[in-house]
Design a protein around this ligand. Structure first.
Ligand code: SF4
Length: 645
């Protein structure tokens, strides 16, 4: 029996990108454990990792190419599939225009080699691609405005923090590597505060949990800043000497009293004063932000107010401080490989408005290819997305399962998992670059995105420029990092920190803004929410148990839970564990009522990622909208009513 342990990296759409050991016997992974040598996860993994092998070897997994014929999928060979796709592309380019071809690249896995996917479409001509993000674009753009560029503190730097504000972050569900840091701060008699309207699994770990009215966190940040200013304990040196717009920011802070802010964010004044005390007395404070904060139309107002609070609290450019919300996951790569400069005039659809964009497209989209994503489940306004995709004459989906998007494909290409691939992975949650060493042979006939695009590339006249061996492409893509003295061997032996990312950013108080200063917000705009005639804000959150829409049908036999405040639930005549209807102007779904006495009364919580074919797609109710800054997706700008059956 051949046994081996392979060092690899989890590449799922998760900020942790844990170092993983795959324990292999006779080309079969028998278990996955955390890699103790990995400096970020130090051997930890999560519940999703514990179940990942079920997904890899699941009987619903698609392991050979499928073609839809008269509404039914039939098995075809790779040659047939790729010939048909290449033939269709050539026909559209010749008889119509490359613009009639849409490439949608999801965020399912953001490894180095994925850069060549878009290059393929750029070499074809001015094909249509997407813009915007359903993830953290708003936060990145906001921090680019304030800091010049978004860089977070290394997770290990929290060993220097005496307090931490987890703002909209739920490490127990989505950030396992932060949990030891929370405990580390508590062990040193520091304080960890949670600010989140939702009663999450992280709340029991925190000394204090503030639950602002959804979408009003900016008022809370301004209240805290106002208290620091009123008491004369703001970081005056930093604000005066290293910030732009200080006077304008102060005018914003002083535009309301602390009591008015408390009313607007609906947090008891005593709790706000308690957090202010932490900021004054337990420095340095690390502000660690989550992704829920991004899911509002005016998210930048909130994010910039928190950045500015970090400045007032003396947290910027100091060890143990920071306002951290993520890293540039493409930082180690040569971005020119995407090839976007080849097509400067091409059309880009907002990904979060995919349905609308497809419906309004001129020229009409004749073919779409989707990789690393399940837009029907993950994009807002799912019914429109589904309807519009069903009108695309030729749809190619590269995926693992017949999920809500896969099931619509004309051709479905089965793709490998990270356990079957060689590649390199950076992260949006830290700056460690990890290896993907293939643990097993591809399951069935699955191929990686890289192999699929190289095979397709061979069928076009740009093959000589495009088709290269995997290692050669890695050398090209990783050039900026290799030039900093890192070798591919080092990465494949276990990984390295990105040499360009500091552990504590902005120690020298020089910021890559046009003025070299930290740029404080100088105005404030936060309109009242929409659809107030619906009673509850819908918080469609990332659950602890699964990642995005990585599910099987077998796992989705029960309805989605809807968590509602106990008193509210009883008032509505709901019964715990019984079916109820959650509805709004976009649709209605059936859920199982779950009561929580600690939850705010003005919101309901439903996990995201379920499939419509199982009656579990919460995005059938969410609004398609683009945030004002950063082209983000304001999923939480959705309100619903709940009623019993
Ligand atoms: S899903 Fe996230 S936390 Fe879990 S193993 Fe993968 S990277 Fe780590």
């Amino acid at each position: 029996m051949e046994k081996k342990i392979v060092k690899t990296t989890c590449t799922r759409d998760c900020p942790n990108n844990c170092g993983i050991l795959a324990w292999v016997e006779n080309d079969l992974v028998v278990k996955l454990t955390g890699n103790k040598e990995h400096p970020i996860n130090n051997g930890r993994t999560c519940v999703k990792c514990n179940h990942y092998l079920e997904r890899v070897y699941h009987r619903e997994r698609i392991t050979y190419p499928l073609k839809k014929v008269q509404g039914k999928f039939i098995r075809i060979s790779w040659e047939e599939a790729l010939d048909e796709i290449a033939g269709k592309i050539k026909e559209i380019c010749k008889t119509k225009s490359p613009e009639s071809i849409l490439y949608y690249q999801g965020f399912g896995a953001r490894t180095a080699l994925k850069l060549v996917n878009r290059r393929f479409f750029n070499l074809l001509g001015n094909t249509t691609v997407t813009k915007g993000t359903i993830c953290g674009g708003t936060g990145e753009s906001s921090q680019n405005l304030d800091f010049g560029t978004r860089i977070s503190h290394d997770v290990k730097d929290y060993e220097n923090s005496n307090s931490m504000i987890l703002w909209g972050r739920n490490p127990v569900a989505t950030g396992v590597n932060l949990v030891p840091m929370i405990n580390n701060i508590k062990d040193r008699n520091g304080k960890v505060v949670l600010i989140d309207p939702v009663n999450t699994q992280t709340a029991p770990l925190c000394a204090l949990h503030l639950k602002p009215k959804p979408g009003t966190d900016a008022y809370l940040a301004l209240a805290l800043s106002r208290i620091l200013h009123d008491e004369g304990v703001e970081d005056n040196d930093f604000l005066q000497n290293h910030c732009l717009n200080y006077e304008a920011y102060k005018r914003v802070v002083y535009s309301r009293t602390v009591e008015e802010y408390a009313t607007l964010c609906n947090v008891p004044l005593e709790q706000i004063l308690e957090v202010a005390k932490v900021l004054k007395e337990m420095k340095p404070t690390a502000f660690v932000l989550g992704w829920g904060l991004h899911r509002w139309e005016y998210a930048h107002t909130t994010l910039r107010a928190i950045d500015a609070l970090g400045a007032a609290a003396g947290s910027i450019g100091v060890a143990g401080g920071g306002v951290s919300q993520g890293f540039e996951e493409y930082a180690p790569y040569d971005w020119s490989i995407w090839g976007d400069e080849l097509q400067p005039k091409r059309k880009r659809f907002y990904m979060q408005l995919l349905g609308e964009e497809l419906k309004n497209a001129s020229p009409k989209i004749e073919m779409a290819m989707i990789t690393a994503g399940n837009p029907v489940s993950m994009l807002p306004n799912a019914n429109l997305t589904k309807e519009a995709l069903s009108e695309v004459p030729f749809l190619v989906v590269v995926g693992h399962f017949l999920d809500d998007t896969g099931i619509m494909a004309d051709i479905l290409l089965p793709v490998t998992t990270f356990l079957e691939e060689k590649d390199i992975a950076a992260s949006y949650g830290h700056s460690f670059i990890g290896p993907l060493n293939p643990a097993i042979s591809p399951i069935g006939e699955c191929k990686s995105d890289f192999e699929i695009f190289m095979e397709l590339g061979k069928r076009f006249d740009f093959a000589a420029e495009y088709v290269k061996p995997l290692d050669e492409w890695l050398e090209i893509i990783m050039k900026p990092t290799l030039e900093r003295g890192v070798s591919l061997q080092q990465i494949f032996d276990g990984g390295v920190y990105n040499p360009d990312t500091p552990k504590v950013p902005y120690l020298d108080k020089n910021f890559p803004t046009s003025t070299g200063k930290f740029q404080l917000m100088n105005d404030f705009e936060l309109p009242e929410g929409r659809d107030l005639d619906y009673k509850y804000q819908l918080m469609s959150i990332a659950p602890k148990e699964w990642l995005c829409s990585e599910l099987s049908l077998e796992e989705q036999k029960t309805l989605l839970p809807v968590k509602i405040n106990t008193e509210e639930g009883l008032k509505l005549g709901l019964e715990e564990g019984k079916v109820c209807i959650v509805e709004n102007q976009f649709g209605a779904i059936r859920c199982l009522a779950e009561f929580d006495g600690e939850q705010r009364k003005d919101l309901v919580v439903i996990p995201r990622g379920g499939w419509g074919q199982a009656g579990r797609n919460i995005n059938e109710l969410t609004r398609g909208l683009v945030s004002k800054v950063g082209d983000g997706t304001p999923y939480y700008e959705t309100r619903v009513n709940v009623r019993s059956m």
